[in-house]
Write a protein that binds this ligand. Structure first.
Ligand SMILES: Cc1ncc(COP(=O)(O)O)c(C=O)c1O
Length: 469
């Protein structure tokens, strides 16, 4: 900052205080603010763009201008009435810890550069393993999101199944390597295919297994697929279909895969959190028998973006796939955790701090309560909407996802459903998106935010029915 030396502290303090005021003002305004944005891309470009500044601007002015100009393009995702995609809010302690993370500006790749970040990740790893009921010895990494958690886990899987076939993929690559069979459910998330592409597999030769009406991989069909041939095999299962919330039959999948010597990866971006609730745990039964797991903290744990979580039952494979060394780095020689051994980043944000704050502020019972509450709100949505004539709920609401279809007297149900979604978005009371499920257009409601109340649900149901009528 450009002020004299003795004024620097005051100026920095006033900048941060002022920024806190903007942030708190935004959050305080969420209950009454339109959830949708109010500016077009062109309007935002006009306000935020222009030529590269020739010289410096005062930081307080930069932040004030940014807060003003970006505001109409800021989606109300932390609102209790945001039900789009699968987007969690930010718990107060996690948000505050995220601010500290930026102030501390640690490079959390090596213990030597950021000891507290390393120890905090270690603590989070142990707490999360316990919460999910995974085997104690599993390794873990905090990555940017479930996309990279899937990538990291599948890199470990690739290493392990090829090592068992006598091939060192890190040294020799994939050219000439034994063929790996990859078997996955037809309703998997697209990030699985993308992770496989990144890992050099290509997606033309994947063996897809049919799913049932809720999107769950059929275990009997998996068993058939496993008998078709042998050799290195990876099975990708899912906990939480992005549309229906349905969870694959994990116990049966793990048993069949184990019998065939295959690696089982579970993509549980949000569905894995069912394991933290005694009432919902039946959904993820058997999950602990898999070889790797991917999930998100920025979804159902409600930490600010970004944070995904990867776990691996074979730490040596995990580390072999991710670890790296260089002469100028200071690697831990004893037990301390160098995070770059467990995730694909090198330099990285210390994203363990907000995860730690979220877990400490909620405790075990708070996590369970958050998950149970969101699911109860999803059921409240489904019950209220299903009783209206001409409204259909398409899925079994087992978790936090609801799919709704609006029937058109003229028969064009897809067009009517899309029109209702658009009208709800424009109304701004709440925000949700559309999807296609089994060839039918649907409204997609995902309840993933700690701050959603029953009143938010009722206000949103009323807004949806207004839009539909
Ligand atoms: C099942 C599933 N897997 C993976 C992802 C990708 O997660 P992320 O956006 O955190 O990378 C999602 C996102 O919704 C998901 O639902």
């Amino acid at each position: 900052m450009t002020t004299p030396k003795d004024g620097t502290q005051t100026t920095l303090r006033s900048l941060l205080d002022g920024t806190a005021t903007y942030a708190a003002g935004f959050l305080d305004g969420l209950p009454e603010r339109k959830v949708a944005t109010t500016a077009t891309a062109e309007e935002l470009r006009k306000e935020l763009g222009g030529p590269l500044p020739e010289g410096p601007h005062h930081p307080e002015m930069v932040v004030a201008e940014l807060a003003r100009a970006a505001d109409p393009g800021i989606m109300g995702t932390p609102s209790g009435r945001f039900f789009g995609f699968v987007i969690g809010g930010s718990l107060p302690a996690a948000l505050a810890a995220d601010w500290l993370t930026s102030a501390w500006d640690q490079n959390a790749g090596l213990y030597a550069a950021a000891p507290a970040a390393s120890v905090v990740e270690e603590v989070c790893g142990a707490w999360l393993i316990e919460l999910f009921g995974l085997p104690e010895h599993v390794s873990y990494g905090l990555v940017t999101g479930c996309q990279m958690a899937n990538f990291t886990a599948l890199a470990a899987a690739r290493h392990s199944v090829l090592e068992a076939a006598g091939w060192d993929v890190e040294a020799d690559g994939l050219v000439g390597a034994p063929q790996i069979r990859i078997i996955l459910g037809e309703e998997r998330h697209v990030t699985i295919d993308r992770a496989l592409r990144f890992l050099g597999f290509g997606i033309a030769n994947l063996r897809t297994v049919p799913a049932d009406g809720q999107g769950r991989m059929r275990a009997d069909a998996l068993e058939d697929a496993l008998t078709e041939s042998s050799g290195p095999t990876i099975v990708c299962a899912q906990a939480g279909n992005v549309n229906t919330g349905a969870v694959d039959p994990l116990r049966a999948i793990c048993a069949a895969a184990r019998e065939a010597g295959a690696w089982v990866h579970v993509d549980g971006a949000f569905g894995m959190w069912a394991a933290t609730s005694p009432a919902l745990r039946y959904l993820t039964e058997g999950m602990e028998q898999a070889d790797s797991w991917a999930t998100d903290a920025h979804k159902w744990l409600n930490v600010p973006y970004d944070c995904g979580l990867v776990f691996c039952a074979r730490p040596a494979a995990h580390q072999a796939a991710m670890g790296t060394h260089a002469s100028y780095l200071v690697h831990s020689e004893d037990r301390e955790r160098d995070e770059m051994d467990w995730n694909p980043d090198f330099s990285r944000r210390a994203r363990g701090f907000p995860v730690y704050a979220a877990l400490r502020s909620l405790g075990r019972s708070g996590v369970t309560d958050l998950v149970d509450r969101c699911c109860a709100h999803a059921r409240r949505f489904a019950e209220a909407l299903a009783q209206e004539p001409g409204v259909e709920v398409l899925n079994e609401v087992v978790l936090n996802q609801v799919l709704v279809r609006f029937l058109d007297p003229g028969g064009d149900h897809d067009a009517r459903t899309r029109a209702v979604v658009k009208a709800v978005q424009e109304d701004g009371t709440c925000w949700l998106g559309g999807t296609f499920w089994k060839g039918k257009a649907a409204m997609r409601i995902s309840v993933s935010n700690w701050s959603t109340t029953a009143e938010d649900v009722d206000r949103s149901v009323a807004a949806i029915l207004r839009a539909a009528n």
